[in-house]
Design a protein around this ligand. Structure first.
Ligand code: BGC
Length: 808
């Protein structure tokens, strides 16, 4: 059951379209919302992530500093093991934290929750890409002090974070000590009741010290992991910008801890300003420990040469470029809506911008839920945003799959399959899911990758990627599908795929999941088309592909046959697509008898209770209708949606955004808006009740899709990009840029007119409500009437009561 809980109470946050600003801090608020606040204020650049823990390091809920791809192996234990169960899990590690800047006033620690605060302001400035805090308080001996801090994780230099710390006395003078630390936090305890949360990696010491360097106010600590054999260097350096003559400074550096200490006095007109650079590097060459420390030192050198202002200015420029290519503006809604949309987009920037070489974790770098693993979330929910706003990064996340193709081949061999089987969850390319029913059985991830690959190739126009890398992924995934399914005599020789789990994890190990079969069909066809086109048009690339994959002459035709004879479940009586062969035989879940606090069901019912009922965790058939939009008639879309929507719990955050898109297409605008609000507010209203553990990146990508594919009605199959805008009645305007084959298009939807503007690049043709619109350098703007919203249709099947949308 969907629920929105505003966190923290609305009066704490100011409405500002470009910032998330908390204006109140109390010990009570902190006790309740510290975890949420740390997620909201987390800073990351796709490579390095730092949760928004207070500058003093305490009080803290879940402190964490993460590097994308830095993990340790841990044994997966099973009560009963079976052949092919992965033996090792992978856990993203929490690294030495260089953010704490602890202040002592006359020997006593300054902590927000204990101080007599006079004012408080903490602001995530999404235009500048920085987190600022300004507090004033009365110290125990009556002095009035003001502390201003500013923190950033650099987009420009992905290994760098920086903090400026500035203390002023407004009344009275005070002896102070500032302790700037690099410290390892003890592991957070696991929660046995929530399987989604990370477990601590066993062993006394996960990060083993390998050496250190200390000089002046700089320390660089080296570590290595035992199992994954990665080496890490964490460095910090400091410069005193103001008050150097009044400060005594010294550095202490042990093998896993470093502290720079500054002692002196603040008095009115005599403030102290210090800035700290942090550098994090790692490598998978375990022999490179010393060299990795040298890299950290060079990052620190570069930062110190630029100075804090230089680092900050680069940040501003980088973020400004992001907004130029990715901002989504709306007008007419309540002002909080724009703020929430920007926060969502900012999270996408933070999760992906510098993820070069890696995937994108389910919580980005804002928390360790799901052990920091990459899922299909990246390809189906985040990649569309990247394709249209940052094509090189879309390419990079697909390259991660390419680089792990050999591991996927090995996994396929282990499972006795042909081709490649990509992992359901992973960091290093190996399967890390311990529960095969909702893990390995989600074979659809292979088709999801192929689908994403095609979107990237067609929208970015990157044929070279297809020829050099993509085609190889397509061959191996097509082989997998051909091998997994068979022509079933009992189904008239149709190609059936059995014992798989579709997106709905409440219906595992089913035969002929519609989503899986449709996506597999796409995968098979696209592979055959690609290979045949390469044979004709790029014989050299084809020869290389055939050599690398030992491609048999008859294979493409074989894939095509499986695709053409793919079995697709259909129920003539209800005139809907059953989600799978057995779905309609199950009893409908007793929604009326399910208490509201028993959601998500997975935390309150044995899996078997769920598996034998018609109850859906997340969009499944509805997702297929969005992704493969052209393959359903309007009537099928409506009837399927009407059937599945009332029995979908949205217990996964990946659901409501998709429901919003399809609802808008069918004409259920009220429902589309309700679902959109849930998607957009997933974190800021803590819809799932777990945002304290990290931001839901797939839902956030889905929020962007709900705006573009949902309300602007964008569709992009087969290289043709079309729009059928459906602007919600309460909005006046929806405007966003898209990057398409190197061109920049800005789409502006109003109730009467939709305007297409070519801002950069050569001529481009898009489709508006079925009509071709060609934009050229000479005539870059075209306006067309926005189709009027049709009356809302009447649902076909009995409804469960609609969820209450989040407020505001
Ligand atoms: C969902 C999956 C998703 C995973 C990570 C699960 O709850 O059912 O579809 O990939 O979370 O976000």
């Amino acid at each position: 059951m969907l629920r929105a809980r505003l966190v923290p109470p609305p009066d704490v946050f100011a409405i500002d379209p470009w910032a998330l600003e908390a204006r109140r801090y109390t010990a009570e608020l902190a006790a309740e919302f510290a975890g949420q606040a740390e997620t909201m204020a987390a800073l990351a650049n796709g490579h390095l992530g730092i949760r928004g823990v207070l500058d003093e390091g305490a009080p803290a809920a879940e402190p964490g500093v993460y590097l994308n791809g830095f993990y340790e192996l841990r044994p997966l234990t099973y009560g009963e093991r079976a052949y092919g169960f992965p033996r090792c899990g992978q856990s993203m590690l929490s690294l030495p934290d260089g953010t704490p800047m602890r202040l002592y006033v006359e020997g006593e620690p300054f902590r927000l929750d204990r101080a007599e605060l006079l004012s408080f302001r903490r602001r995530l400035d999404m235009r500048a890409g920085v987190l600022e805090r300004h507090v004033t308080w009365r110290a125990p001996r009556g002095q009035r002090l003001a502390l201003r801090t500013l923190r950033l994780v650099s987009f420009d230099d992905r290994s760098l974070a920086a903090i400026r710390w500035e203390l002023a006395a407004e009344e009275g003078a005070a002896e102070i000590a500032l302790c700037s630390e690099m410290v390892l936090h003890p592991p957070l305890p696991a929660d046995p009741d929530d399987p989604r949360l990370a477990e601590p990696v066993p062993g006394r010491r996960v990060l083993c010290p390998t050496g250190r360097e200390a000089a002046g106010l700089r320390a660089v600590l080296g570590f290595a992991t035992r199992g994954s054999r990665l080496v890490l260097a964490c460095g910090m350096d400091h410069a005193v910008e103001e008050g150097a003559d009044r400060l005594a400074a010294r550095l202490e550096c042990r093998e896993d801890f470093a502290r720079a200490e500054f002692r002196g006095e603040v008095a009115p007109g005599r403030p102290i300003r210090v800035w700290k650079a942090l550098a994090y590097h790692y490598d998978d060459d375990s022999a490179a420990a010393e060299e990795v420390r040298a890299r950290a030192a060079r990052t620190l050198d570069r930062a110190m040469e630029r100075g804090f202002e230089g680092v900050r200015e680069r940040q501003r420029l980088h973020v400004a470029r992001f907004w130029e290519r990715a901002d989504v503006e709306i007008e007419g809604a309540d002002p909080r809506r724009q703020q929430v949309i920007r926060w969502n987009l900012f999270q996408l920037l933070q999760a992906s911008e510098r993820a070069e070489g890696h995937g994108i974790g389910a919580r980005g770098l804002t928390g360790r839920t799901y052990e920091g693993h990459y899922f299909w979330d990246t390809e189906i929910y985040v990649l569309p945003f990247l394709v249209y706003t940052n094509p090189p990064m879309a390419r990079s996340v697909l390259m991660f799959r390419y680089r792990t193709l050999d591991k996927a081949r090995a996994r396929a061999r282990e499972l006795r399959h042909r081709g490649a089987t990509f992992p359901w969850r992973t960091i290093n390319g190996d399967e890390a899911s311990a529960y095969y029913a909702a893990g390995t059985a989600q074979y659809h991830i292979n088709a999801d990758i192929a689908y994403a690959l095609r979107k990237y190739v067609e929208v970015a126009g990157d044929e070279e990627f297809l020829l050099r890398y993509g085609a190889e992924i397509l061959v191996e995934t097509a082989r997998l599908w051909r091998d997994l399914g068979f022509f079933s005599p009992r189904r008239g020789g149709r190609f059936c795929i059995n014992a798989v789990t579709g997106p709905d994890e409440y219906a595992p190990l089913v035969n002929n999941n519609l989503y899986t079969n449709l996506m597999a069909r796409e995968n098979l066809r696209y592979a055959a088309d690609t290979v045949e086109a390469m044979r004709r048009r790029h014989p050299d690339a084809f020869a290389e592909l055939a050599r690398r994959t030992a491609l048999g002459e008859e294979e493409p035709a074989d894939w095509r046959e499986a695709a053409e004879r793919m079995y697709l479940p259909w129920d003539e009586r209800l005139r809907i697509h059953p989600q799978d062969d057995s779905f309609l035989d199950k009893q409908r879940w007793d929604f009326a008898g399910t208490p509201a606090d028993h959601y998500p069901l997975l935390l309150h019912y044995h899996p078997l209770n769920l598996y034998r009922a018609q109850v859906i965790k997340q969009a499944d058939t509805v997702l297929a209708m969005f992704l493969l939009n052209g393959q359903f008639t309007p009537e099928e879309k409506k009837r399927n949606f009407d059937y599945y929507d009332p029995i979908t719990t949205h217990d996964s955050s990946l659901s409501v955004c998709i429901q919003a898109i399809v609802a808008a297409e069918i004409g259920y605008m009220t429902k589309a808006m309700e679902y959109f609000r849930f998607a957009a507010e997933m974190d800021l209203s803590d819809v799932g009740g777990n945002m304290r553990h990290g931001a839901h990146i797939a839902s956030i990508g889905g929020t962007w899709m709900a705006l573009t594919y949902g309300f602007a009605g964008m569709r992009d199959g087969e290289g043709r990009i079309s729009f059928r805008p459906r602007l919600p009645a309460e909005w006046r305007l929806l405007r966003f840029p898209l990057t398409i084959r190197g061109r920049r298009l800005r789409v502006e939807v109003r109730h009467d007119l939709t305007t297409y503007r070519l801002e950069a690049g050569d001529a481009l043709t898009v489709f508006h409500a079925g009509e071709a619109v060609t934009l050229t350098v000479a005539a870059p703007v075209a306006a067309r009437p926005t189709p009027p919203l049709p009356p809302e249709p009447v649902p076909e099947f009995p409804e469960q009561p609609p969820p209450a949308p989040p407020e505001g």
